[in-house]
Design a protein around this ligand. Sequence first.
Ligand code: GLY
Length: 383
Amino acid sequence: MEDYKAWAEEVLDKVRDKMAWVSEKNKDKIPYTTDADGNYDDRADENKEWSRDDGLNWWTNGFWGGIMWLLYQDTREEKYADIARKSERKLEKCFETYYGLHHDVGFMFQPTAVADYRLTGDQDAKRVAMHAANLLAGRFNPVGKYIRAWNEVGDSDTRGWAIIDCMFNISLLYWASEESGDPRFRQIAMMHADTVLESFLRPDGSVCHIVEFDPEHGGMVKSHGGQGFGEGSSWTRGQGWAVYGFANSYSHTGKQEYLDAAKRCAHYCMANLSQSGIIPVDFRQPPEPAWEDSCGACVIAGGLLEIAKHVPVSEKDMYIRAAVKILKAIADTRADWTGGCDAIVQNCTGAYHSDTHHITMVYADYYFIEALYKLAGKGILIW
Ligand code: GLY
């Protein structure tokens, strides 16, 4: 099993080569996806008319900076820190507009401001991250004991909506408590995680994407299919947010139930993993069309590696082997190592019922690179 480290280093060589020119070419942008010619877009382009939470405050806008910090900690090349900081200064402007920010301030500011502060001690980064943590804490519903997810979704009343993805956002709250010594942030994170344990996890280890609570009196109202195939299905990226998110909660709190939950969700993923290691958009989708989500794959792999850090030696290999299988499928069959596309990871899907499938998404590259560093023994604490 030890050769997985050498394999990860080999792939990281290709990542370093590719990101050297991709970062230079896109140093003034905050990309999300590539166009038909393989060029990254720019979600921070102030000349574009994005809708309210689809512009600078787009939820994935922290991952570009996150990739830069991962490369910086490895190479120590200042250009990566400079590009990351440039994106951070832009993201900070979202606090002024305020509207459009929601629970994904965690995804936005954890791999940027928190990573920056942890790596460099920068006080501006700390200020930005604390600001974001306070906004996230402010979304907590004390009666329902959940963090409200989004603001507006069509005509739906979303005051009672919580989503599995938030298991990642709460890392910002753990950091804020660890940094400030104020337990409120951690208490909110744990109350939310406990609610997710109770209401999102199914007995077989699969999870709901969206659960609606009564915002006035608490209590679960119903679940929604969300980005997966439908109600009662099993959106794979959501499985990844659960596996990795519960493992993170265990890392920060030591609460055994969180590790048990991470393992339960992980075993469900491993039991449903195909021979090819390719991950569908939903584990319960029909065989055709065979939509894939390489991004979900990378998140699940990262979660399996996080669990492997916390289990006895006798159990580690099982999680690492499954993660390597998934990552190899990506590196060998779903990665673009050419100069023809700015993104590495291909065949990502935002949601099962999206109009477009098999696109690139910057956070797939982020989780792919992060997982490779973990595997190579060079991981840093981001979440
Ligand atoms: N957090 C939203 C998504 O995974 O698409």
